[in-house]
Design a protein around this ligand. Structure first.
Ligand SMILES: NC(=O)c1ccc[n+]([C@@H]2O[C@H](COP(=O)([O-])OP(=O)(O)OC[C@H]3O[C@@H](n4cnc5c(N)ncnc54)[C@H](OP(=O)(O)O)[C@@H]3O)[C@@H](O)[C@H]2O)c1
Length: 332
């Protein structure tokens, strides 16, 4: 495992964090608690010390499962928990809500779900355009001063929104999407974070499984699985993404003796990301973890990857379909 220090906090976290959105079941076709707990334990056994969750993941379910998994191993003091705030829900419909009252209630619920009296990192999940970002920062900084959190983060914010947030208080980490297929942050957010010493903890290293090497055109998704509406997983785009995966798999095998999954996670770590979030819900999905380390992508391999993308992805699409609604226009 590789580790990194989150600037300004002293927290030494693993460069791979376990993502537990799927473990909550919501938008992933349901959850199996026993498998979920085993997955968390498998990640910890392989050296991961940072677990990312959110109250909205299964409407408390993911946080509860994380809390239970850590309690079973009695290891809360050796694991860093990252959770989020600022997404609200009603009748299963999710919307942004960073009103100070809601942030306080939402965070109190997280502590209960997680069976803890502090979390290590608290992210604002999505920017709420109806609340001043400075005010949101003030609320999180109150938690920081009270010792309820140890680091402040924002997720899905632009550099301008981050600038406004920082006028209200300290900020340590930023959580945007980033993977071989979703590279929008390279334009402005990534250089902004590097210049301003903000740790980049990026999500979707496997592009929701597309870069795992196990997705094919015949694979069907259960119930509310978000990949039913993900434009990358639908024709006409799926064929081009699968063609890219096949060529990336070949490159990974030939040059590094690894698979496309290893290449995808290594690419995030060697391409400007500080911490890569890797989502999983079955313990065997953590088996490839050790083979992410002990090698690096050289410049030649990075260029070859860019060339593969250029030749295969003629009609790219980003992860925008995941953005939750704002409160007021949400009536439609
Ligand atoms: N801040 C935000 O707005 C935001 C948004 C998205 C995600 N996140 C965070 O980032 C984490 C990771 O993102 P993500 O879960 O969307 O996507 P991801 O890491 O790109 O992909 C996760 C999916 O890939 C498949 N997978 C994982 N390991 C595998 C293996 N060894 N072999 C085959 N397939 C494998 C699993 O799907 P199957 O089990 O279906 O095969 C898994 O659920 C989330 O859990 C969450 O913590 C944050």
């Amino acid at each position: 495992m590789e580790f990194t220090e989150i600037p300004g906090t002293g927290l030494q976290v693993s460069r791979i964090a376990l993502g537990t959105w799927a473990i909550g079941g919501w938008m992933w076709g349901g959850t199996d608690e026993d498998q979920a707990i085993k997955t968390i334990h498998a990640a910890l056994e392989k050296g991961v010390n940072l677990i990312d969750t959110a109250p909205v993941y299964g409407f408390g379910r993911s946080e509860e499962i994380v809390g239970k998994a850590l309690a079973q191993k009695n290891c809360r003091d050796r694991v860093f928990i990252s959770t989020k705030t600022g997404l609200d829900w009603q009748d299963g419909k999710v919307f942004r809500n960073c009103s100070p009252d809601y942030l306080r209630r939402n965070f109190a619920d997280s502590l209960k779900n997680l069976q803890t009296d502090y979390v290590d990192i608290l992210f604002v999940h999505w920017p709420d355009p109806l609340e001043p970002f400075e005010e949101t920062a003030r609320v999180l900084n109150q938690f920081l001063r009270a010792g309820k959190i140890r680091a402040v983060g924002v997720s899905n914010y632009s550099p301008e929104q981050i600038g406004a947030f920082q006028r209200g208080g300290a900020l340590h980490l930023v959580q945007p999407p980033y993977n071989i297929f979703e590279r929008e942050i390279e334009g402005d957010l990534m250089p902004f974070c590097h210049q301003n010493h903000l740790a980049l903890m990026t999500y979707g290293a496997l592009c929701r499984g597309l870069l795992s090497g196990t997705v094919n055109a015949a694979r069907a998704y259960e119930a509310d699985d978000l990949r039913k509406v993900d434009p990358k997983f639908k024709e006409p785009r799926l064929t081009q993404y699968l063609a890219a995966v096949e060529r990336l798999e070949h490159l990974a095998r030939e040059r590094f003796g690894r698979g496309v999954l290893h290449l995808a996670v290594r690419w995030v770590l060697d391409h400007g990301g500080d911490i890569a979030l890797w989502g999983g819900r079955r313990p065997e999905q953590m088996d490839p973890l050790p083979d992410i380390f002990g090698w690096q992508l050289d410049e030649d391999a990075k260029l070859a990857i860019d060339q593969i993308l250029k030749e295969t992805i003629k009609d790219p699409v980003g992860p925008e379909f995941m953005a939750p609604r704002s409160r007021k226009p949400a009536t439609g």
